[in-house]
Each structure stands twice: as structure tokens, then as C-alpha cells.
Design a protein. Structure first.
Lengths: 572, 1026
């Protein structure tokens, strides 16, 4: 009998352990439903902004330098030989690029991470009432602006991408193809987001980091300008839509006439941390440090771009090409040498005093024996480049800051700065307008815009001095004066505009996309390679395949994940 | 049919019956236990009988005949029949290969002879005194089917794979120490405390541990004192370790020459180099280098004179490893106690790497009510202090840092990279600047139990166990200047981590014998609750860079902190029945039901059944009489199913996390803070980040396994062994697949998505015997192999595995496959270049890639499966010889037919892939027109041929055979007559030699890339007990 009691006790023990024991509350996390309060909806909108600056040197998207500069003839990859981030080497040579390039897959994914944050915030914003959340419409408009920006980047990289907005349920994402919309329809979707933003945003935002009405108008102008160059299925430009160009012109006028923006007096101010959010900055990625995050919210997309000296130490990426440096040469009138600039190669230090140059050269390119980033006591050396025998001795300057700059921060083994990075600056708006006018045949109206850019550049020599007070290079720069130093035809104006964009925005990540927009990438780049490969052996295999290389391939991973729903780009 | 077998011996008996016979009677008792042994076979000629339940026998025999007594687990005994002999008293001794050995098989014990599953028993004596600091490391190669890989780091753990890779997630086995399950390895266990180790390899054996047993179970029992047993034991050993697998890198002159050759091959001016200048003939067709010229200083600031540093020598040391252990055991009628303390101090062969470990164990039990109630505990505590020196960075830096860089500058500062060099640190600085950083770790592990014998044979046992550990670290990062690398800030971080679980087990066991039937019943319940919590805090701006100063309070800027927590629970019910009939027919059935908090409400519980059958053929009369040399023969079959729950704790929920910002040094920021105010600094507005998608239908991953086994002993078990064949199928494998990018952040989602299969065979063979009275020999060899293939994967995730994601995929192939190009030697003539398919960058001395699809173009369609990451087989051989007072043991271990991907070849064979690093000495033997037979590609400054692509150029044979251990001991107990129970000194060597394939170009195929080198160890040691 006693035994039975023991057994009963034991059975009680067994049953006593009920399955409530298996209910474990998740620790340190929160469910999506808890985030629909006004306070949290505001926070979700902040998270969507945060994504602007969450990129990384392995696939940047704040600056588009690996895709926009390395593929444009303006810059070499740099770093320690071709194996150091070989994905970028494949971009640079085109012929080696592949559908399974990891960086392409990464940037595709990262931009959808950004879009996901926008859609998450927007879905919550749409469902909250204005009464409890007075910021509703403004935040909705900001989210549309951000989504337009993220899709714009995807669009210029990949041409055909799946368009997902907040109205599509997550479980249906895998039914959205990258060919649900045509090339033109995708541009319209992007423009619609900016248009919504332009219509609903206030002219001024209390917080500098938020998009306002004019940022939206400027970006809408940019998107419409891209859309205006109609592309066929072979990525060739078939026509230019005058109606869209008119809209570009009007939108740019709205921005220009708002009086909110001016060109900085010195070109340098666009690239100095002390002048961030200046009068020229239309929309910028806001970086910060000593902000409660472990290593600061720095410009990580550029973290590899500093020289190899004791003040910095890593990693020597993003080297201007010989061709780009030659392009800064000017003729006797201080105008570009459109046809002969590359016939002679600027090489030794003396050449910077024999030839004449556009001053923007020394704002853009770190040149051996020239002051680095305007500090006459801090002379850049060829030895500061990572692998000068492969990639030459130049490095990119615009993204860099001095080691004693307040925005500089080492995050061993890398470093970067909390200096903002402009997505659109006012100079771009002026040149969007100039470009639309030229293509509309109104090149005479474009002339003062281009000259306004050139005058500012010519005047921007104040910081380009050596310790003895002499100019670092031999600067000579003039404006276009029809009948005196040029004949201002549409063709000439187009050439001048394109040249101006190249030098004004050199190393800022736009160049390749300009070339594709204009429909000249193949011819331009193969001409570039023919000469440049004789100067730099790493380009020996480089060939641009027309009708293919205008866009990156849709990443193989994505085609597979979509179970074949996504269609590959032409030529790949 | 069966009767026929009986008939044959009977007929023989009738024939051979002869005159002069008398009847011999007697009793057989055990020498050790002094109790009668029933069932002993007594044989004379072809006639035999069996002892009865009191050990008595009767058999007719004639004087001069020889009686042979045999019994499983006992040494066979022979007795010649003398004229006057009628009543015998026979004492039999237990055999070394002891089939009566009691094996822990999961909440209960069984005799080895009765086992029906695939259970490997480790001979703990073989690994005694091997000073590796982790018992698992010492098991490498000793158990067929258990694949152990490790490296030489003093604080490294070992990777244990039982029967191959069974799942795509966590493949670590479950460890059960004194009945308490844990997923931590055995690195905190004092090797000297181990009484026995068993490995439950197949599912039929392991299913009793259902929930976490799919990767196999390693059961460890620690030493306990026994009744009437009192002993103090002391073990001490001291070892010297050395680094004998240093990679041959270029010296300063060689690095200069290699660069010159690369430049000349390219037709480039070698003097473009920023360090070296050259005295050469300037003739690119017939280049002759006279002299490499070094500058006076290698940096512009004139702080570094050119050196000739062999960095591996600078970071390496011959180091000391010490192990001491003392244990006290005391046993009596009412209770037993065992206490031990172990000290272990391993200074690694990379300077300043170190582990210090103290373990203490206290195992006691007390008996009440005439032994019917037993209350006891097993408890151990471990404290380890590990040096936090970044060994892998140091080893890598020793390879890539250029030899011309001096360790120190002229004024005693740190040397470091100069112009054109890679941005890696001076490895000596890494050692010196990190040596103050230590990790302190403590673990408490053990259980208390009560075992009540309710009625004879019925035991009710309850056990409450704990397994908690904590880590405390305080690290200081110093400011420095080293070549062009520098950091003028300092940083100190303090972190604390606390995790572990309790486990409560209640079991009821009942043993029942009825005639020839024996039953063991087990019924049980188990609950486990696990938690983990941690936090980290850091500051910068310390006035002194001294670890005694750099506590958080002393920092002045950039305060930062973080912390998180997690947990899970498990609840299980289980039962098992073992049955045997007449010691011949064995059967066992198991059922376990496991619940885990990690799964969705509807799928929390998984049911894991198993059964196994055994047939002791050697107990059948037809074997006993016809095949007398067969002392033991058992056939086994088992089938079972067990589970795996290795997913994130919260995998069933869709969750957001308030991630403000992370350290984005190496990864994209997942934070949500943003400087909306444009202030550039200060506290930022922030939000939430989606971190995962829930899947409420998640369920247990399960593994089905069939095992066919045979155990045998021949010639009185002098020769014994076992063979096992298994088929293991894992289905519903829990994976977190890469996903469609449009899903965006937090798309991680666990699914039951894949299946794989492993088949394998394991053979163990052992001989032991006395050659002469003084000389005995034991030889144990094992060989095992497995074949792995993935049988199912969601189509969209195929790209995540080797393959082209299209027509060539991993399905049907091993998870260890490599996919890439076939390197078909070098282009040795212009004709070969011209004749080859279109290959971008082809040229003289360049690698030629095979045109696998014959389309005359080398492109990504020419890739295929090229590597073989699974071995043909692995094996081990242990030989022990005892001669008088000497004993000698050696152990050989090897892996055959494996290919390893030698990524170091990008540094050792190329000057172009990493232009700023040092390169291997092999580059001096690269292809040139004057050295046309070399297989190393011509040196170049720019890799135009994309030779860094995954190809067979980097695949090398990883086969090896190592002399893992050689030990020579001398027993001098006799010197002290009976005062000492053990007195032995020994010398030992570990990893004394390696045989490897000629095609392997690095140093240690066991450790092909950047792992911490495995040292050669020489040891002297002493074992005493009294």
C-alpha cells in the first residue's frame, strides 16, 4: 500500500509540471501592434530617415561612388590591389562583372530595407487620425519623399525593380515582379511620390534634417529629367520628352525663385563640415557623433577613402583617374579643352604649373605635394596612396576632412566623419534647369546658369594656396562668352553643360548615371578605356558592352528568391 | 532447423565418449566479488556443461583432460584434471574487455553485454595524462564516428561532429555529465575527474535524451568514492610547447626580388616601388637583378630603418603548460566522498596567449535505511582566466606584415606599415597592447539527488541540477602610433554575462527478473529553464592607459552601454523498457515527448520513439560448440527518431527592437536614430527596427536513424571489435533562409525547410593479450566514414549554397561542396595561349581555366563542383605495451581523402591579389621564361586574369597522419613496497610528426588557414596515489 502512495506522489509530480511552463515571454523586444501610438508612429518615421545614413563601405548608397564614379572613367577603385573588394574591380572593368556580384545584391537589399522602413511608417501614418497626430500629413509627405529617393537610386542602378508600396501586404510581396511596370511607368511612380511630397510638405521645416517642399520639387525635377530621356529596351535613348523638360524647368524655377538657396561663395564650403546644411544644401544625409551610439553615425559609405598616413591609415579607395585630372585642364580662355584634354597626361608636379586648370581640381583631387584638404602645412604625398603602382597617386578629397576636424572620428581600423553628405545641392538644380533648356533648344537661357556655376568656381581659389601664399596649381578659368570665346550652339551648349556637370560634381557619385541618361555611356567609356588602359594596367580587361552595361544585372539571388518572377536585364 | 544445431554437438559427444572417465564437480566463483557465477561454460574436449544458479557444475572427464571455463566478461580459465581430483573450486577473473561493465545509457545503466544501440565506450586510461585542457580534444580520432577538430589555442574549444553533419544549424552534440544535460562542451571539466565516457551515437540509444539528442550524446560520469576505498592521488605534469608549423614568408631581400620580378614581368619600372630600388640590367627580355637596394629609412619621418623581420618568430614562444591535480576519495558503509582540485596553466605558443583554470569537484553520497535511500550530490566549479589577445589577428598580421618593417622604430616606438603596405597592425604591438586584457569565467555545475528503493528493484529518484556560468571582462584599448596606423584615443569596456539553466528530473525505474526474462522499466519527467542576461559599458578618454586605472569611472567621454536577455524552457516526459530473454534475445523500446517554449503553441511537443533489438549469437549452443573461438558475438539493430530545437528563442513571433545604433565598423547599421535637428551631435530621435518575422507553425526538426551493428570477441576476447552501419535522415531542418530582398529588414524567418542524409560505417578492432608473462600488448584501431548529401532545400535558397543557383545546385551533394573553376595548369607557351578558349586576361605564366562546357569562352558557365570537403575516411590507432615496470603507448590519428580550400595561397603564391602584404617564399619560385616548369603563376603587379576566383588552384589534399601521442611510463610502486598504490613517472610527446600530401603547400593540413597553430608538446609527469 505504501508503494502505491509513492507512485501516486510521483505521478502528481509528473502532472504538476504543466505546459504553462513553456510560455516564455520574449525578452527585450516589442510587437508591431504596440507601435501604433502617436508617439511611436513618429518614431517609425524617424527610423525611415535613419536608413538614409545606415549604409556601409561594402555597398554605399548615400554617396553612390562605387557605381557612379568607378564605372564612369572618373575614378579607380583604389585600395590594396584588385583583390581588395574585388566586386568593385568588376564594376570598374565591366567585362568581369557578373550576375552574382555580391555588392550589387547587397545594395539592392539595403535599398529595400530603407523602403521597408518607409512603408512600415506610412502604413501606420495612414491609419492614425489627424486629431491625435497633427503631424500626420507632413510625415506622410516626408515618407513619400524618402521612398522616392530610395526608388530613384534603385532605378538608376538596375532599371527594372519591383515596386512595393505600403498598400501591398507583406505576404503578397513575392507576387510583385520587377516588370509589373514599364521603364517609363516606374519613373512615373517615383515622380508621383515626389509630387505628393512637393504638394504636401511645408516650405520650411522646423528641423533641418527633414525634407521640405523645395527639396521635393528639386528631386521631382531630377526624376523627371531622367524620365525625359526615353530609353528603349536596349537602354538606348530614343527620344527626349519636351513636356517633361518643361516641367523640369518650371520646378527648378520654383526652387530658384523661392530664394531659399544660393551657391556658396566658395566651392569648398560644400565639402567642409563647418558649412554643412549651408545655403547650397537642398537635401543632405545628416551625420552625427557623440550622439549616444557606439561609434557615431558617420559617413560610413566613404570610410575607405582616407589616405595611408599616420593621421589616417586606411584604406586608400576611390582614386581619381588620370583622365579626370586631365579634364580639369583649361585653354587660354580658361575654358575646357573639350577635344584635346587627354592628349597629354598631367603627371609630374611641374605639370600643375605648366598647364592651366579649373580650380575645382584642387577641391576634388588629392595630388602629391599639394596641400591636403586646404591645409598648407599638411602636404599630401604619393606614399599616402595605397597602391600607387596600380592605381596612381591621386585620392578623392570632397568626402574627406582633416584629422583635426571636429567631424573626424577614427573607428579602428577605419575612419570617417560626421560631415553631412549632400543628396542635392543647389548647383545641381541650376544645371538641371540648364540641361532642360538646352534640350528644349533654349540654350541661350542656359548660358547664364552655366556661367554662374563657372564664376563661382573661378572665384573659389581662396583656400587653394600653399604655405608661401602662392596658388597650389596654375588656375585659369573663364566663362563662356558667345562670339568672343565660343559659338553657343545647342551642340556646343550640350557639350559645355555635360563638361560642367562632370567637373562640378566629380567624385560625388553621379557621373555614370549622367552618361547613361544621355545615352552616351558605351562610346564614352570605350574611348576612355582605349587610352586609360595604357596608363593603368588594371583596366586592361575593361570593355563596356553596349546594351548591357548601362545597368547592373538584377542580382541572381533575387531572381532565384523570386522563383523566376523577376526578369533579368537585357544582355545579362 | 534450430534443433539441428543442437543435434550436431550431441552426436559428436556420443562418438568421443571414452573409458576411464570419472565425474568432476565443482563451484565457480568470481575472484573479485567472491560470489558464485551461474552460466559459466565448462568444456572438456567437445563435451560441455553450464554452471547452475549457485555456480555449481558436474562434468565427466578423464585425468589428463583439460577443463576450460569460459564466461562473458571473465578471463577464461583452464584446469588440467589430475588423478585425485573430483571437487574443484574455480576462481574466475574479470576480463579486460569487460562485457559486464556497467554503462550509463540515459537515466539508467545497462551492462555492456546487453546494449542494443550504437554506444561507444571510451577507454579513459588511454587519454589520461594528455594535457590538452579539454577532455574532448584528447578524444580526437579515438572513437569511430566521432569527428573532432580543434586548434592549438589555449582557450579554444573543440568542434565535435558525431556521424557527420546532420543539420544546417547547430551540430554540437548534447553532453550529459552525471545525468545533467548541457550544450556547453567539456572544457570546464577536469580530465582527471572522469570515471567514464560513453558516446550514444545512434538514435535508438540517444532518443532517451530526445529533445536535443539528434547530434548524438556524450555521457560523462565523474569519479566517486566506493565502499571500503580510501585514496589520495596526485598527478602532476609539466610540458613545453613549440610552434613548428610556421609559414615560410619572404624575407626583406626576397620581398624585394619578388616585387622586381612582378614589375619586370609587367614591363613596368620596378623603381616605382616606394621602398625598394633596384640595381638591374634594365633589359626586360633578359632581366638580371644585381642587387635590391634598401633606403636608409622606410618612412618619410625617418623613424623606421629597414629590417629583416620574420614576424612568426617575433610572435612565437616556446611555452610552458602545467597541470596539477589532487584528489581524495573516502568510502564507507554510510557514505562516500570524493574531492578533487585541478590546476591548469597553458601558456600558448603565441606570446601572451594563456589560459589558467582551476577546477574543484565534490561528489558525495550518503546511505540511509540500510541502503534503501541514497542522498547525494555531484558538484563542480570551474574558474578560468583567459588572455584576450587577438590571436587570429596576430597570426594573420605575422603573415602579411612586410619583413622590411622593424618591430620598433629607432626611438623605441612601434614599427608599422609604411608607404604602399597593407594596413594591418604590427603583430607584436597587438600582443603587447592587449596583454593586460583578461576574461574571467566561472561555472557552477552539479546536482543533488535522492534515490529511494521503494521495493526491491523499484527506484524513485529525483535530481535537481544547475548549470550556470558568468563572464566578467574589462578590456583596455590603448592609443598607439605604428607606421601609418595610429589612434590617439583610448577606450575601456567592462562587460558581464550571466547565463545557464536549472534542470529537475524525476524518474522511476524498476528491474524485474522472471525465469529467463529480465525487464528494466524507466519512467521519467524533466524540466529545464534557461536564461541569459548580459550588459556592456564603455567609456573613452582615460588619463592613464593602465588597466589598474581604466575602470569606467575614470573615463571622461563617450559613455556607452548595452544589455539584453533571453530564455527558453523545456518540458519532457519519457519512458523506456529493456527486455532480455535468456541473455540471448534483447530488445528495447523508448518513447520521449518533449515540449519547447521555442515552438508555436500548436507544435510545442514532439514525440520521439525508438526501438532496438539484439541477438547474442554467442550464447547459442551451436556457436559455443562449433565455433569455440568465438567468445562473444552480438547482432544489433536499432531505429529511432530524435529532435532538434536550435532556433532563436523568439522565433515564432514577429518582433521589433528599439535599436538606437550599433557599432557599424564591420556591418550595416541597423539602428534607427537620426540627427533630424542637424546638430551633428547630442541625443537623437530614434525609433524601432523590425528584427524578425514570426512563424507560428514552426515545429521540431527530427532525425530518423537506423543502425545495424555487430559486436564480437574472439579467442577469449583477446580480439574484439564492433562494426556499425547507419543511415541517418534529418527532415524539417530548421533554417533561417536568405530571403527576397523586397521584404527588407527583419525578414529573417525560421522555417522547417531542408532535409539531408548521412550514411556511414564505423569499425573498431581491438587486441589485447599477454605475449609473455611480463609483456602485454593492447592495440586498438578504428576507422570510420560517412557520406553526406542534402536531399531537400527550398528552391529559392539554393543560391545560398555552393552552386550557380540555376542548373547546378547542391541537392544530392555534400553540404561541404566547393563550386568553382578548374585550374588546368599554367600557359607555358604562346601557342598554348592562342589555342585556348577566350579567357579574359590569359597570357604566359597565367592560370589556364578549363572550358568545361566547350563553348570556347571561359565564363561563369565553366564552373562546377570541384571540392570534396568530406574525408574518404578517418582513423586512429592506439598501441599500448607493458613490459615489467615500463609502459609505452602511442597513438596515431589520420584523415584521408579530404580536400581543403587553402585561402592562404592568395598570399603565398601571388604578388597581385594583395599587393601591399608580404608574400610566401613560394613566389620566388613562380613561373618565368627562365623557370618554365613552375606551377606557380607568373608574378605580376595587377591580377588581370582574376586568379582569386574560386578554383581548384586553391584546393589541396588535406589528408594527414599524425603521431598524436607517444608516452613512456615507468612504475616504481615496487620501490615503496605496499605503501603506495600507484607510483609512476612518464614522458610524453604530442603531435610529434605529421605525414601530409606533397600537394599541400601550407604547413598543417589539419589547420589549413588562419587557425591557431597546433603545438608540438613535450611533457614530463608523475602519478602518485596512496
Amino acid at each position: 500500500m505504501k508503494h502505491v502512495i509513492y507512485i501516486l506522489i510521483f505521478c502528481c509530480l509528473l502532472l504538476g509540471a504543466c505546459s504553462k511552463f513553456l510560455d516564455q515571454t520574449p525578452q527585450a523586444v516589442i510587437s508591431g501592434d504596440a507601435l501604433n501610438t502617436p508617439e511611436n508612429v513618429e518614431k517609425m518615421a524617424t527610423a525611415a530617415y535613419s536608413a538614409l545614413g545606415n549604409d556601409h563601405y561594402t555597398a554605399p548608397y548615400s554617396s553612390m561612388w562605387p557605381y557612379g564614379n568607378l564605372r564612369s572613367g572618373d575614378a579607380y577603385k583604389g585600395g590594396d590591389g584588385t583583390g581588395d573588394i574585388s566586386d568593385y574591380h568588376f564594376y570598374e572593368s565591366f567585362s568581369l562583372n557578373r550576375i552574382d556580384n555580391g555588392s550589387s545584391d547587397q545594395v539592392w537589399f539595403r535599398l529595400y530595407v530603407c523602403i521597408g522602413r518607409v512603408n512600415d511608417a506610412l502604413a501606420r501614418l495612414n491609419n492614425i487620425s489627424k486629431e491625435v497626430y497633427p503631424n500626420k500629413v507632413t510625415r506622410q509627405a516626408e515618407m513619400h519623399f524618402l521612398r522616392g529617393h530610395y526608388y530613384f537610386l534603385l532605378k538608376i542602378l538596375f532599371k527594372y525593380v519591383p515596386y512595393i508600396d505600403e498598400k501591398i501586404a507583406k505576404e503578397n510581396y513575392d507576387t510583385v515582379s520587377n516588370r509589373d511596370y514599364t521603364n517609363d511607368e516606374l519613373w512615373t511612380k517615383i515622380a508621383d511620390d515626389f509630387r505628393f511630397a512637393a504638394d504636401s510638405l511645408p516650405e520650411t521645416q522646423p528641423q533641418l534634417g527633414r525634407a521640405n517642399k523645395y527639396a521635393a520639387k528639386a528631386y521631382l525635377a531630377k526624376a523627371l529629367l531622367y524620365q525625359a530621356y526615353k530609353q528603349d529596351e536596349n537602354n538606348a535613348v530614343s527620344s527626349i520628352d519636351a513636356g517633361l523638360l518643361q516641367q523640369v524647368n518650371t520646378l527648378c524655377d520654383d526652387v530658384i525663385n523661392s530664394g531659399k538657396y544660393q551657391l556658396n561663395t566658395d566651392f569648398a564650403n560644400n565639402f567642409l563640415s563647418a558649412y554643412q546644411n549651408s545655403t547650397e544644401s537642398v537635401f543632405a544625409v545628416q551625420y552625427s557623433q557623440n550622439d549616444g551610439t557606439p561609434k557615431g553615425r558617420l559617413d560610413y559609405g566613404h570610410a575607405l577613402d582616407y589616405p595611408m598616413n599616420q593621421n589616417y591609415g586606411c584604406c586608400g579607395f576611390h582614386s581619381p583617374s588620370y583622365n579626370l585630372v586631365n579634364a580639369f585642364k583649361t585653354d587660354n580662355n580658361g575654358l575646357p579643352e573639350f577635344n584635346t584634354f587627354n592628349d597629354t597626361n598631367v603627371s609630374g608636379e611641374n605639370d600643375f604649373h605648366t598647364y592651366t586648370f579649373d580650380p575645382r581640381l584642387d577641391h576634388t583631387v588629392a595630388i602629391p605635394e599639394h596641400p591636403y584638404k586646404y591645409d598648407p602645412a599638411f602636404i599630401y604625398k604619393r606614399s599616402w596612396a595605397r597602391a600607387p603602382d596600380v592605381y596612381g597617386g591621386y585620392l578623392s578629397l570632397k568626402e574627406a576632412v582633416l584629422p583635426n576636424d571636429a567631424s573626424f572620428l577614427k573607428v579602428p581600423p577605419f575612419m570617417s566623419s560626421s560631415k553631412n553628405w549632400d543628396i542635392i545641392r543647389f548647383a545641381d538644380v541650376l544645371l538641371f534647369k540648364a540641361e532642360s533648356l538646352i534640350e528644349l533648344g533654349r540654350q541661350d537661357e542656359a548660358l547664364p546658369l552655366i556661367n554662374r556655376i563657372r564664376e563661382r568656381a573661378a572665384a573659389s581659389t581662396g583656400l587653394l594656396k600653399q604655405s608661401d601664399g602662392s596658388f597650389t596649381s596654375n588656375y585659369k578659368m573663364g566663362t563662356y562668352q558667345p562670339g568672343i570665346n565660343c559659338v553657343w550652339t545647342q551642340d556646343f551648349a550640350r557639350q559645355a553643360l555635360r563638361w560642367e556637370r562632370r567637373l562640378e560634381f566629380a567624385m560625388e557619385g553621379y557621373r555614370f548615371f549622367d552618361l547613361v541618361r544621355w545615352g552616351i555611356a558605351a562610346e564614352y567609356l570605350n574611348t576612355y578605356f582605349a587610352v586609360e588602359k595604357t596608363r593603368s594596367a588594371h583596366l586592361e580587361d575593361a570593355v563596356f558592352t553596349k546594351g548591357r552595361d548601362e545597368y547592373l544585372p538584377v542580382p541572381l539571388n533575387q531572381i532565384n528568391f523570386s522563383k523566376g518572377l523577376y526578369k533579368q536585364n537585357i544582355g545579362w | 532447423m534450430k534443433n539441428l544445431f543442437y543435434l550436431v554437438p550431441m552426436l559428436l559427444f556420443n562418438f568421443l565418449a571414452v573409458a576411464q572417465q570419472k565425474t568432476i564437480t565443482g563451484t565457480v566463483i568470481s575472484q573479485q566479488s567472491k560470489t558464485p557465477i551461474p552460466g559459466v561454460t565448462v568444456q572438456v574436449g567437445s563435451n560441455h556443461t553450464i554452471t547452475n544458479s549457485t555456480g555449481q557444475f558436474t562434468i565427466p572427464a578423464a585425468p589428463g583432460d583439460v577443463l576450460i571455463f569460459s564466461y562473458i566478461g571473465m578471463k577464461s580459465f583452464t584446469q588440467k584434471v589430475e588423478d585425485n581430483m573430483t571437487v574443484l573450486s574455480i576462481r574466475m577473473e574479470e576480463n579486460a574487455t569487460d562485457l559486464n561493465q556497467v554503462i550509463v545509457t540515459g537515466y539508467q545503466t545497462q551492462k555492456k553485454a546487453d546494449l542494443t544501440g550504437a554506444v561507444a565506450v571510451v577507454n579513459v586510461n588511454e587519454i589520461k595524462n594528455i594535457p590538452l585542457g579539454n577532455p574532448v580534444k584528447a578524444l580526437q580520432g579515438r572513437i569511430p564516428g566521432v569527428f573532432i577538430t580543434t586548434d592549438g589555442n589555449p582557450n579554444s574549444s573543440a568542434t565535435v561532429r558525431i556521424r557527420g553533419i546532420g543539420t544546417l544549424g547547430n551540430n554540437d552534440p548534447l553532453y550529459v555529465v552525471d545525468g545533467i544535460p548541457t550544450k556547453r562542451g567539456l572544457q570546464e571539466l577536469n580530465q582527471s575527474d572522469i570515471e567514464s565516457i560513453q558516446v550514444l551515437k545512434d538514435a535508438s540509444a540517444a532518443t532517451i535524451y530526445g529533445s536535443r539528442a539528434a547530434n548524438g550524446v556524450i555521457i560523462v560520469t565523474t569519479k566517486k568514492a566506493k565502499n571500503g576505498y580510501s585514496r589520495i592521488s596526485v598527478d602532476a605534469s609539466s610540458s613545453l610547447q613549440s610552434y613548428n608549423t610556421k609559414l615560410k614568408t619572404l624575407n626583406t631581400d626576397g620581398r624585394g626580388k619578388a616585387y622586381w620580378q612582378a614589375a619586370v614581368n609587367d614591363g613596368a619600372n620596378p623603381d616605382n616601388n616606394q621602398i625598394y630600388q633596384y640595381d638591374w640590367n634594365g633589359d626586360y627580355t633578359n632581366p638580371v637583378l644585381n642587387k635590391v637596394i634598401l633606403p636608409e629609412y622606410i618612412d618619410a619621418a625617418k623613424t623606421m630603418k629597414p629590417a629583416n623581420t620574420y614576424w612568426f618568430d617575433e610572435i612565437a614562444q616556446t611555452s610552458l603548460l602545467q597541470a596539477y591535480n589532487i584528489s581524495i576519495a573516502n568510502g564507507g558503509e554510510k557514505g562516500n566522498s570524493f574531492f578533487s582540485v585541478g590546476l591548469y596553466n597553458n601558456k600558448g605558443i603565441v606570446k601572451e596567449t594563456n589560459q589558467q583554470k582551476i577546477t574543484a569537484r565534490f561528489n558525495t553520497d550518503y546511505s540511509f535505511f540500510k541502503g534503501r535511500l541514497k542522498i547525494g550530490e555531484n558538484f563542480s566549479t570551474t574558474y578560468t582566466k583567459d588572455a584576450l589577445v587577438p590571436a587570429s589577428d596576430i597570426l594573420f598580421a605575422a603573415l602579411v606584415q612586410q619583413p622590411v618593417v622593424p618591430v620598433h622604430t629607432v626611438d623605441g616606438g612601434w614599427g608599422g606599415p609604411a608607404a604602399g603596405m597593407t594596413d594591418r597592425q604590427n603583430p607584436v604591438r597587438l600582443i603587447e597592447d592587449n596583454k593586460q586584457n583578461k576574461s574571467n569565467f566561472a561555472r557552477l555545475f552539479g546536482n543533488a539527488y535522492a534515490d529511494l528503493e521503494v521495493i526491491p528493484g523499484l527506484h524513485l529518484k529525483t535530481s535537481y541540477g544547475i548549470d550556470y556560468n558568468g563572464t566578467y571582462q574589462r578590456t583596455l584599448r590603448k592609443s598607439y602610433t605604428s607606421g601609418f596606423l595610429s589612434d590617439n584615443t583610448n577606450y575601456s569596456q567592462t562587460s558581464q554575462d550571466y547565463n545557464g539553466n536549472w534542470v529537475w528530473q524525476n524518474t522511476l525505474t524498476y528491474n524485474l527478473a522472471w525465469r529467463k526474462n529480465k525487464f528494466d522499466f524507466l519512467l521519467g519527467e524533466e524540466q529545464i529553464k534557461y536564461m541569459a542576461q548580459n550588459f556592456t559599458a564603455s567609456r573613452q578618454g582615460y588619463a592613464l592607459e593602465n588597466v589598474d586605472y581604466a575602470y569606467l569611472n575614470a573615463g571622461s567621454s563617450n559613455k556607452d552601454n548595452s544589455g539584453t536577455g533571453s530564455g527558453y524552457t523545456l518540458l519532457s516526459y519519457f519512458g523506456k523498457v529493456n527486455y532480455s530473454y535468456d541473455n540471448k534475445y534483447l530488445a528495447s523500446a523508448t518513447l520521449r515527448r518533449d515540449g519547447s517554449s521555442r515552438f508555436g503553441k500548436d507544435n510545442r511537443f514532439g514525440v520521439f520513439p525508438a526501438f532496438s533489438l539484439g541477438w547474442r549469437m554467442s550464447e547459442e549452443p551451436f556457436i559455443k560448440s562449433n565455433l569455440p573461438f568465438v567468445s562473444d558475438l552480438k547482432l544489433r539493430y536499432g531505429w529511432g527518431k530524435n529532435g532538434n530545437q536550435e532556433i532563436a528563442n523568439n522565433a515564432t513571433y514577429t518582433l521589433y527592437s528599439a535599436i538606437y545604433g550599433i557599432d557599424p565598423t564591420w556591418d550595416f547599421d541597423s539602428g534607427s536614430a537620426y540627427d533630424l535637428n542637424g546638430a551633428g551631435t547630442g541625443q537623437l530621435p530614434s525609433g524601432y527596427t523590425l528584427i524578425q518575422q514570426g512563424n507560428s507553425s514552426l515545429k521540431w526538426e527530427s532525425t530518423d536513424e537506423s543502425n545495424f551493428g555487430m559486436d564480437f570477441g574472439l579467442f577469449e576476447n583477446h580480439l574484439s571489435g564492433s562494426v556499425d552501419y547507419f543511415i541517418k535522415k534529418t527532415s524539417d531542418i530548421l533554417i533561417s533562409p536568405a530571403y527576397l530582398a523586397v521584404i527588407g529588414e527583419g525578414g529573417t524567418k525560421f522555417v522547417n525547410g531542408a532535409s539531408m542524409q548521412n550514411k556511414g560505417i564505423e569499425v573498431l578492432l581491438s587486441y589485447n593479450g599477454k605475449i609473455t608473462r611480463d609483456l602485454s600488448l593492447t592495440v586498438t584501431g578504428n576507422v570510420a566514414t560517412y557520406r553526406n548529401k542534402i536531399t531537400k532545400l527550398p528552391a529559392e535558397v539554393l543560391t545560398s549554397y555552393p552552386g550557380n543557383g540555376q542548373n547546378k545546385n547542391i541537392l544530392g551533394r555534400s553540404v561541404n561542396s566547393t563550386f568553382g573553376y578548374v585550374a588546368d595548369g599554367l600557359f607555358r607557351s604562346q601557342k598554348e595561349v592562342d589555342d585556348h578558349a577566350a579567357q579574359l586576361g590569359k597570357g604566359l605564366g597565367r592560370i589556364r581555366y578549363k572550358d568545361l562546357n566547350d563553348d570556347k569562352v571561359i565564363d561563369d558557365k565553366d564552373r562546377d563542383y570541384i571540392g570534396k570537403g568530406d574525408p574518404d575516411f578517418i582513423y586512429g590507432l592506439n598501441v599500448s605495451v607493458e613490459y615489467k615496470h615500463f609502459d609505452l603507448t602511442f597513438f596515431l590519428q589520420g584523415v584521408q581523402g579530404i580536400q581543403v580550400y587553402n585561402t592562404y595561397k592568395t598570399y603565398t603564391d601571388f604578388s597581385s591579389i594583395w599587393t601591399g602584404t608580404n608574400w610566401g617564399a613560394r613566389t620566388l619560385d613562380a613561373w618565368t621564361a627562365a623557370n618554365p616548369n613552375s606551377s606557380i603563376p607568373a608574378l605580376t603587379l595587377v591580377d588581370r586574369n582574376n586568379e582569386n576566383r574560386t578554383s581548384t588552384y586553391f584546393l589541396e589534399s588535406g589528408s594527414y597522419l599524425k603521431l598524436r601521442n607517444l608516452q613512456l611510463g615507468y612504475n616504481f610502486q615496487h620501490v615503496f613496497s605496499k605503501k603506495l598504490q600507484t607510483a609512476r613517472v612518464y614522458i610524453q610527446g604530442s603531435n610529434l610528426f605529421t605525414l601530409k600530401s606533397k600537394s599541400f603547400t601550407a604547413t598543417d593540413p589539419e589547420n589549413p588557414n588562419n587557425a591557431y597553430p597546433i603545438p608540438v608538446i613535450g611533457t614530463v609527469g608523475l602519478n602518485l596515489s596512496f
